[in-house]
Design a protein around this ligand. Structure first.
Ligand code: ZN
Ligand code: ZN
Length: 237
């Protein structure tokens, strides 16, 4: 595939050879740390790519539909190659650690949803992890020593969880999907107030002049750690 799509070959090779630790290492570059849920995303992505047997160079050969924006999703992005930027990552704001990965050519897909008792099972495997997670991450009250312990324990768990049978972590089913059409390419217009270029589907006309949603003071969707909400910018910043 020439230089156009060289870099993902290493990841595709790791998928074929079931190199889960290698895929986890790749994901750490994007995610920034190792944790149990990033490990789950790596495993789900690996299983889906093995099942669908289609290489992905980010031209929408493979589509991933995620139902959460937690650590899991970064494992999915790295291993499947479906990302926010290449239009093959679809986000459904359902708050479930679940993904459906589909093959563009025929809509064949696989869905993996985290079993409801996963967290309980996982924490029972590592008794020190639950209280430490609560103190350091949830309550943000860990001592320097506890933070240090947590930063050793969490990656160790992430790696250990690669060895747990996938069926103990996920329910898995095959399905067939009708996928949305390829992402369109839209032209841009220039906002008459701020002077920035805006995709034409986001332009609003005021007295015949194009405005971006911010300058028009209109609602738009925003994805934050709280999920997808509607907001508007009342003041320019
Ligand atoms: Zn994480
Ligand atoms: Zn503007």
């Amino acid at each position: 595939m020439h230089e156009f799509a060289e870099a993902r070959k290493a990841i595709e090779a790791m998928i074929r050879s079931d190199d889960l630790p290698g895929l986890l290492r790749q994901t750490e570059y994007l995610h920034g740390h190792l944790c149990p849920y990033v490990s789950l995303g790596v495993k789900a992505g690996h299983y889906a790519m093995k099942t669908l047997e289609r290489e992905n160079i980010g031209m929408e050969e493979i589509i991933a539909i995620v139902e959460c924006n937690n650590c899991f999703t970064d494992g999915i992005q790295v291993v499947t190659g479906c990302t926010f930027g290449n239009n093959s990552l679809i986000f459904k704001d359902l708050g479930k650690t679940a993904v459906t990965v589909a093959r563009r050519e025929d809509g064949q897909a696989v869905r993996l949803a985290l079993r409801p008792d996963y967290t309980e099972q996982m924490l029972s495997r590592y008794p020190a992890a639950g209280p430490l997670f609560q103190k350091v991450i949830v309550d943000r009250q860990g001592s320097p020593e506890e933070i240090h312990r947590f930063q050793h324990l969490w990656p160790a768990i992430s790696k250990k969880e690669l060895e747990v049978p996938l069926e103990e972590q996920f329910t898995i089913r095959r399905l067939s999907l009708t996928l949305p059409a390829y992402a369109p390419i839209f032209a841009s217009q220039v906002c008459s107030v701020c002077g920035e270029a805006v995709m034409e589907t986001r332009v609003r006309l005021r007295q015949g002049k194009p405005l971006c949603l911010t300058c028009a003071g209109e609602d738009y969707f925003i994805l934050t750690g709280h999920g997808m909400t509607i907001t508007r910018d009342s003041d320019h910043d």
